[in-house]
Design a protein around this ligand. Structure first.
Ligand SMILES: Cc1cc2nc3c(=O)[nH]c(=O)nc-3n(C[C@H](O)[C@H](O)[C@H](O)COP(=O)(O)OP(=O)(O)OC[C@H]3O[C@@H](n4cnc5c(N)ncnc54)[C@H](O)[C@@H]3O)c2cc1C
Length: 500
């Protein structure tokens, strides 16, 4: 017999746990969290590579409804964030709701019964509402490089760090110079015999203003919560100003580029190396990275930066396009994630038997980043076009949780068994989004980034201020939705013409 719950949440990262906390706080206890791994934490469980830390200050990069006044640093390290997420389980009594080791294999909407049937590797479930919190950056992406399968050494992705593989004394290749690589390269550079860093596109890097949070601040944040809220608001506002440059006036980012150039100038003495590290696209087009130790690591004697393209992998070397073999015994991939083709989309089948992956064959789309036509009672957390280049993803998750919670209330109040966004409303919403994206730095900045899908369409980022997303998701608005009551009366409300 399938286990039935009102709400089925998939994923136990910030999104899934956040949803669970909100449900508990609202007195809703009939839900489970299906998580494929054996622990909660998501991103912060998996990315335990040396040097892993958040790059949005912790007082903002945490749940507002589950505050932590005792963050140790402005940018807390991975173990502390993971502990915070694990702590939510006891703090909000989530253990009875957790189904760890339960990977969602299939989710199928049953139109007649108006419920989801979910199959996991360890049992089946039914639920009225399905919440997908499987993460935009939870499926590591490996590049297709000729010869990789025949490599004689050890390879792994930074999100699957091989802690059992001691790097001391090894010749290591790091492929990629993105947000993760710039955090672990300085750490491993100290222990390896030789490190070759393969860079396709240099990132823009600005100083990382990290510092320990003082005992006085801890005391204030704990005993005078408005001080913590003020700190949070300050970080939010400072971050949000970047949205002006990123989404409206990319030229305004020139000041940030000047800061980044100065940082490079100060940290790298060798002009030839500096030149290879200076990006040729507009700052902000790819994620702006924060680091004080990446450039100095590249200047070490045992570290080499290679900017020539990789041609193939030989059993004991990485061969570049200039025919040079770079001998290595370990390859670490810092090559990012399947952000525009999330694997979960293959597992979810909607009203007409179509898979979410089919609906997204030409690129991911959703209404307000959360609901998808053809998929009733499905709520995506960090769905299409909700990502940020400048601010905390937790703010977005919390906005979507407001939408989810008010949708559940609306369904209960009016005896609605199924809500489904109108395809026209979703289309109009996305047309508006894409128009706004046209002028943003991500679309015009002259770079190739993971924000864009295979068609060159930006299906990942939110093209405006985050508070506008908050407004848009403040409460579930049934206009633009088809609502079905228990009496099977189908009513199509006139679609709204939403402006993102
Ligand atoms: C290294 C790194 C650093 C980051 N730093 C920041 C930062 O500083 N600031 C910021 O705003 N954002 C940051 N991010 C983005 C980050 O992904 C989000 O902030 C946030 O953690 C996403 O939470 P989530 O719960 O949506 O997804 P995740 O944390 O990815 O959790 C998804 C969960 O779903 C589970 N899952 C996936 N598929 C299935 C399935 N089929 N069945 C069952 N379970 C499944 C996974 O195992 C995982 O536990 C970072 C990302 C990475 C990778």
């Amino acid at each position: 017999m399938d286990e039935h719950h009102d709400v089925l949440i998939v994923g136990a990262g910030f999104s899934g746990l956040g949803a669970a906390v909100r449900l508990r706080q609202a007195g809703r206890h009939d839900f489970v969290v299906l998580e494929r791994a054996d622990d909660v934490g998501g991103t912060w469980r998996d990315n335990d590579y040396p040097g892993a830390a958040c790059d949005v200050p912790s007082h903002l990069y945490s749940l507002s409804f589950a505050p932590n006044p005792r963050w140790s640093r402005s940018f807390s390290p991975q173990p502390e964030i993971q502990q915070y997420l694990q702590g939510l389980v006891t703090r909000y009594d989530l253990a009875p709701h957790l189904r760890l080791g339960h990977e969602l294999v299939e989710a199928r909407w049953d139109e007649a019964a108006a419920r989801w049937h979910v199959r996991t590797g360890r049992g089946s479930f039914t639920g009225r509402v399905l919440v997908i919190g499987t993460g935009p950056l939870s499926a590591p992406k490996l590049p297709a490089i000729d010869g990789l399968a025949d490599f004689a050494g050890t390879t792994f992705h930074s999100a699957r760090w091989r802690h059992d593989h001691d790097l001391a004394g090894r010749r290591v290749a790091v492929i990629g110079t993105g947000a993760s690589a710039i955090q672990f390269v300085p750490r491993i550079a100290e222990e390896v015999e030789h490190l070759t860093v393969f860079q396709r596109t240099p990132p823009w890097i600005i100083p990382r203003n990290d510092r320990p949070i003082s005992a006085l601040e801890h005391w204030l944040y704990e005993h005078l919560p408005p001080t913590r809220l003020a700190a949070r608001a300050g970080i939010y506002t400072a971050r949000e100003t970047l949205a002006v440059g990123m989404t409206l006036r990319p030229r305004l980012l020139d000041a940030v580029a000047a800061m980044a150039r100065g940082h490079l100038q100060r940290q790298v003495a060798d002009p030839a190396l500096r030149e290879r590290l200076l990006p040729d696209y507009r700052i902000g087009c790819k994620r702006i990275l924060l680091s004080n130790d990446f450039y100095p690591a590249l200047a070490r004697d045992n570290v080499e930066l290679v900017t020539e393209g990789i041609e193939r992998i030989e059993p004991h070397a990485v061969r570049t396009a200039d025919g040079v073999d770079h001998p290595v015994d370990t390859i670490v991939f810092g090559t990012g994630f399947e952000a525009t083709r999330p694997p979960v989309a293959d597992a979810v089948t909607g009203r007409d038997g179509a898979r979410l992956a089919d609906a997204w064959a030409d690129g991911m789309t959703a209404y307000r980043g959360t609901t998808v036509a053809g998929f009733p009672n499905l709520f995506l957390l960090i769905g299409p076009n909700t990502g940020l280049g400048h601010n905390s993803m937790i703010y977005i998750i919390e906005s979507q949780l407001n939408y989810l919670m008010t949708a559940l209330s609306k369904m209960d109040e009016h005896g609605i068994v199924a809500v489904e966004v109108d395809a026209g409303a979703q289309h109009a919403y996305n047309e508006g989004l894409q128009r706004r994206l046209d002028g943003t730095v991500w679309n015009t900045g002259g770079c190739a980034s993971w924000y864009l899908d295979a068609n060159g369409r930006n299906t990942t980022l939110w093209p405006s201020f985050t508070w506008r997303f908050r407004q848009l998701t403040r409460r579930f608005d049934p206009r633009g939705y088809h609502l079905r009551t228990a009496q099977e009366v189908t009513s199509a409300c006139p679609p709204q013409t939403p402006v993102p």
